[in-house]
Ligand binder design. Structure first.
Ligand SMILES: NC(=O)c1ccc[n+]([C@@H]2O[C@H](COP(=O)([O-])OP(=O)(O)OC[C@H]3O[C@@H](n4cnc5c(N)ncnc54)[C@H](OP(=O)(O)O)[C@@H]3O)[C@@H](O)[C@H]2O)c1
Length: 255
């Protein structure tokens, strides 16, 4: 439900993972958006209301959550995954009915390019097969980890908001390159590939960030000189505060 950014990314991911177009359906409230989706997703049913299915994903904004869940309850879907930030399992269950298996998930924007990570958490009526179904669906747009519901605020502050922290780092590094005398174009190219390549190295080498860092930062060298500035300026502490603050805000919004 909801053919916006997340909903569309998910459908695209599922199609790319081999799901048949006719096995998926999108419920989208906006008529203009529906015609765009019909053109983009041939063979997939696109309508204003949900249809009966073995599972549904709620990808509408939290303010539209209650009406979306109540219409799902009317068509009788037995398993529902909510992507809505801050809407707790207890509330979802009150809208959907206690016999529905309800799972909360917190994805992040790299899902739009199939490289997201989602944390999921199930309510009391959830069975192992419901969690596996959720892992398969969200696995179409990235990785999936299981956490208890109480951890979802921390997840929101870390990986939910995390892409924006890294975009902020990218912006600061591009500006730093320009200040050091590079053109905007060259600085941008260097920073983007440095971020993408470093992330890949970190994932593929299986080494710790500290281990990789120690390998580039030889004593008395350039990297060590740069890193010392970041340590002296308390950048690690600033990240810790940013994550804690975002998690606290997520808790407030959930209330
Ligand atoms: N984007 C992210 O990175 C991200 C990360 C974590 C969590 N989330 C969560 O994912 C959810 C979706 O985010 P998004 O960025 O994809 O939002 P979005 O682009 O605004 O998409 C939501 C779509 O759902 C439609 N809609 C609203 N009520 C509906 C209903 N009852 N039935 C069918 N369709 C309905 C909306 O139509 P109208 O415009 O006409 O209302 C809109 O097209 C949000 O709850 C958000 O908290 C997003």
């Amino acid at each position: 439900m909801g053919g916006g950014n997340m909903g569309t990314a998910l459908v695209r991911g599922l199609l790319a993972a081999g799901w048949a177009p006719g096995s998926l359906a999108v419920a989208e409230a906006d008529a203009v958006r529906r015609s765009v989706l019909r053109a983009q997703l041939p063979g997939t049913e696109v309508g204003p209301e949900p249809v009966a299915a073995d599972g549904a994903v709620v990808a509408v904004k939290p303010a539209d959550g209650e009406s979306a869940c109540r219409s799902l309850a009317r068509v009788g879907v037995s398993r529902v995954v909510s992507l809505m930030a801050g809407v707790r399992l207890a509330r979802l269950e009150s809208w959907l009915g206690s016999d529905v298996a309800v799972i909360r998930a917190m994805p992040n924007t790299p899902a739009l390019v199939g490289a997201g990570i989602s944390a999921i958490s199930g309510g009391p009526a959830v069975r192992e097969e419901d969690l596996e179904w959720t892992e398969e669906v969200l696995g179409a747009v990235g990785k999936v980890v299981r956490v208890p519901e109480r951890s979802l605020d921390a997840v929101t502050g870390l990986s939910g908001s995390g892409p924006a922290y890294l975009f902020y780092v990218a912006e600061a590094m591009i500006e730093a390159g320009v200040a050091a005398g590079l053109s905007q174009t060259v600085s941008r190219a260097l920073v983007l590939q440095t971020l993408a390549g470093s992330a890949r190295l970190l994932v593929e080498s299986g080494e710790t960030p500290q281990g990789l860092s120690a390998r580039v930062a030889s004593p008395g060298g350039t990297t060590e000189a740069g890193l010392r500035v970041l340590r002296d300026r308390g950048v690690a502490g600033a990240f810790a505060q940013a994550v804690a603050k975002a998690a606290e805000r997520s808790r407030e919004l959930g209330r």
